[in-house]
Design a protein around this ligand. Structure first.
Ligand code: KG4
Ligand code: ZN
Length: 337
């Protein structure tokens, strides 16, 4: 079964084709226009999606060496995300669905980050998910693929947002997360101790205090000094963020007696986070799955992979039978969240 995934929740226009043999194509058109504004401008994002969507989908089909007639199911991001951006991808998907009589499903973007892990791993349940992106920081418990319970989340900024906003203070372009990651590799994580919000208690997160603390720290420093110690400052910030993330993940796994977890979302590409999570897993004899880098940040293969999981929801009905019945979904019934 060939699934066409379409993702347009933020500033990446993405399309992918996936079937039982694996990911046949995974195309991402990123929008550089936002760099000059230091963050995503929603109106510009939807206009860029509008420009990119047709050719991105066409490219995904051609790289998969398939035509639209070979597609059995279309999966498009339903939310959460920027409304104007979501509408471009979803409306495009509805149009293709109606014109070619292909069933369409709407996929939750946060679920998709978690199920990105199914592209390369066979997941066992129950498991804990640490989902860390630009808009979300969540710990969830999945008893099975279809029941997700949020057991912890950020009370203010998301981890990716913290990386991006602190990067802006340091003069780094948006998105600053990957740049801080690279700079941190040559720095000393113990150079300066930044606050690790709520590390002592519970499963919720808080990163706004860290952001303010970096702001005050930089206010008293000359630019030349900041440049000189940029690697060390970045490493210390990365240390503060990742230490909290991994401590909470460990606490969640221990408290719920679940020895398996997945890392998910853009920040799961972070080197220090991946290393610390691996160390924590080894110490506790836990298993922690993580996606390859191309499936951490926003992509459409994760949307298609999630649709595949949704389709398996009722094992008594065969996949093809569900598809013939339209998967219970009329194109117009899929609305943005
Ligand atoms: O999942 P994602 O692509 O989009 C959202 O759903 O938000 O995540 C984007 C976020 C951005 O904040 C970006 O700075 C961060 O993920 N990010 C990273 C890294 N790669 C992406 N943060 C830290 N280290 C990275 N290597
Ligand atoms: Zn995302």
């Amino acid at each position: 079964m060939n699934i066409l995934g379409i993702e347009s929740s933020c500033d990446d226009t993405a399309a992918s084709v996936l079937n039982e043999t694996g990911v046949l194509s995974n195309i991402i058109a990123s929008q550089s226009i936002h760099i000059q504004y230091g963050g995503v401008v929603p109106e510009l994002a939807s206009r860029a999606h509008q420009r990119n969507i047709s050719q991105t989908v066409e490219q995904a089909l051609s790289e998969a060496q398939l035509g639209i007639q070979d597609i059995d199911l279309i999966a498009a991001t339903q939310g959460p995300g920027l409304m104007g951006s979501l509408l471009v991808g979803l409306s495009f998907a509805k149009g293709v669905s109606l014109a070619h009589q292909i069933p369409l499903v709407g996929v939750n973007h946060m679920d998709a980050h978690i199920f990105a892990n199914t592209i390369e791993h066979k997941l066992e349940f129950p498991l804990i998910a640490l989902t860390v992106s630009g808009g979300h920081t969540q710990l969830s418990k999945l008893s099975d693929p279809y029941s997700l319970e949020i057991i912890g989340q950020t009370r203010d900024d998301a981890a990716g947002e913290a990386f991006d906003k602190i990067g802006k203070l340091l003069g780094l372009n948006y998105p600053a997360g990957p740049k801080i990651d690279v700079l941190s590799r040559e720095g000393n994580p113990l150079f300066h101790e930044f606050p690790k919000g709520l590390i002592q208690e519970g499963l919720d997160f808080s990163f706004s205090g860290l952001k303010t603390s970096v702001l005050y720290y930089l206010q008293n420093k000359k630019n030349a000094l900041i440049t000189q110690y940029l690697n060390d400052i970045c490493a210390s910030v990365s240390h503060a963020i990742t230490e909290v993330l991994v401590t909470k993940l460990e606490r969640a796994m221990q408290a719920h007696s679940i020895p398996r977890a997945v890392l998910a979302g853009g920040v799961s590409a972070n080197t220090m986070l991946r290393e610390k999570a691996a160390e924590m897993a080894e110490k506790n004899k836990f298993t922690i799955y993580k996606p390859s880098f191309s499936y951490c940040t926003d992509n459409a293969a994760m949307i298609a992979a999630t649709a595949r999981i949704m389709l398996q929801n009722e094992p008594s009905i065969s996949h093809m039978q569900r598809l013939k019945e339209g998967f219970g979904i009329h194109p117009y019934s899929v609305q943005p969240d």
